[in-house]
Design a binder for this molecule. Sequence first.
Ligand code: ADP
Length: 672
Amino acid sequence: MPEPGAAHASGGRSASHRFGGTPARRSQFKWIVLLAAAVVLPTVSLLWFMSRAVANERLVIQQKLSALYGQTLEDAGIQAKRRIHTRLGAFSGVNRELDPYGLLRRLVLKEHFQGVVLWDRAGMPVYPGSGTPPGSTDASLEAPLAEAWQLEFAGGDYAGAAERYGQLATSGDPRALAGQVRCLAQSGRWADAVKAALAPPDSSAAPSRLLLLSLLQKAGRTEPQSGLITALDRDLFKTDADRLPAEQNLFIARKLLHVLAPDTPAYDQLSRLAEAEQLSIAAAETFPVPSGPVDTIVPATVGGERVYVIRHPAPLSGEMLIVMNHTGLASALDGYQTEFAGTDVHYRILDSRGNLIAGERGEGIPSIVSAPLPAGFPDGTVELFFMDGNMFDKAAGRQIAMYVWTGMLVILLMLAVGSFAVYAIGRQIRLNKMKNDFIATVSHELKTPLASMRLLVDTLLEGRTRDEEHAKQYLSMIARENERLTRMIENFLTFSRMERNKNAFALTAAAPREILEAAVEAVCTKYEANGCRLSIRAGDVPDIAADRDAITTVLINLLDNACKYTADDKRIELALFADAGDVCFSVSDNGIGLTRRQIRRIFDSFYQVDSSLARTTEGCGLGLSIVRFIVNAHKGRIDVESRPGEGSTFTVRLPVARQNGIHAQNGNNTDC
Ligand code: ADP
């Protein structure tokens, strides 16, 4: 068995479906399209303006940054030039002729350059020129030396030869010292040999020390080597007057590097100096005399290597030509480093082939501004960039965000205003339609009773009645039509009052039974004429706070509907009872019933389940909306229980009056 449908009346109201016209819908659509256009067009224009403004903002920021950092870059170039000049100028005071290795050490170890060629004021080579080794060879020693050689090589008397050589070595001749060391080593007197090699304090003993070192290595004796190594390290790149000539110095340095372990502290420094010396020797061959532009770094090929050189004359101390590779060039450009240190802008210096010379690569990061290296530096480009990506976006970001938010706000505002306008216009359209529906319904509903009354009156006037009984019957028919007309007009007036929201109900304590009786009396004639069997069940209930006439109208409407929507054998029950502190009126019928969906809509104005013009029942779909309005105004509730084909029960619940005047009457059943 299906569940009976049930619903409570709600405060919502909707238009009838009966008079829904296509032209009205079309005009509604037109309005909506117009409004949509009114919102969409300005929105699109605004978005366009916004995108233009954003692009413009980016451009402006880019230009501002370019201008700002362009100047910074120019200043940095000037600073870099100044810096290299200052650095070169610092060497002017060095006495190059006396201390070329002092200069080389500073240039290589402190300034990170890779070589130097020095000329004196007369343009004569100073370093790395061919010099005389320290320690003089004594011509008077030729004969005794030949004697010692004889002993050593022909006689194989190493001990004797060693002694002889030792006597001759006191004169400082390096050949005698070398012979002594050789012979002592041959006779296995290693400690004496080392002692002899370390005895002379100057670097004239360097060849003998190197010789002993190699002999010790050959013999596999490692322990006495360290003293020799220290002494040799001291002999090389000496800043004293007894320095070795460049070629010899380089030769010994290379040999020593072979012996030294790469992780010894002296190794790195010695190898850098040796490399610089080698490059300096090659540069001296390429540039035998000072040539080329002054104080300008130019590319050159030295010893098959691509390097850069800078020629710097100093009026008092002659000329120097510094040789540098990429590291040296980066050092020469360190003015940029000083300029941008501590700022959030980074730089990179690229050579003409795009290779990084100095700064940071910043792979893939676009530059803010770029400029060629200033005069005095080789061909290349300096570029500035922000490490953390596109700063244009960041700088423009805030401004753009402001535009976007403002734009969004305006669009939202437009949408809100547009939606409100659509709602207001839609409401107006619905109201107009309702008015039209109302007029059409009123005319339609008034026409029928008026036409039948006119017909009856005409018949009576023309005296076409058979007898008085017949005439009376006609007159009562006119009275019925009149009554129907009156009820209908009352309904219209209530609806109109309801529409104007005029709550003109006078709430007083009223006896529910009296209301019930008044309603029964009002429908009695109609019920009799339609063959309705009405049973009334009235229980003991307290008074209610109500507008008596209004509640009577509610009951009349419900009883009217019960009769209208019930087929033959109309059995209707009207009950009055108290439930959960409320006074309830219920009207039940055995009529056509309603579905759940229909129940949800029957309280809407002008709604009718059967809205066809061919329907036979009178009414214009206002009865139940009036019922709901009155019940709501009384702070009551209306419930519907219905099942299609089986009948419906409408229950009106009203609150009890506060003064609580109770009519203690017994319940009974009455027939209409
Ligand atoms: P109407 O003037 O058409 O009767 P109402 O507002 O009184 O208007 O009722 C709205 C619609 O609800 C009716 O057209 C009818 O289809 C349905 N209805 C009302 N009462 C009943 C009922 N007792 N049984 C079945 N249907 C009903």
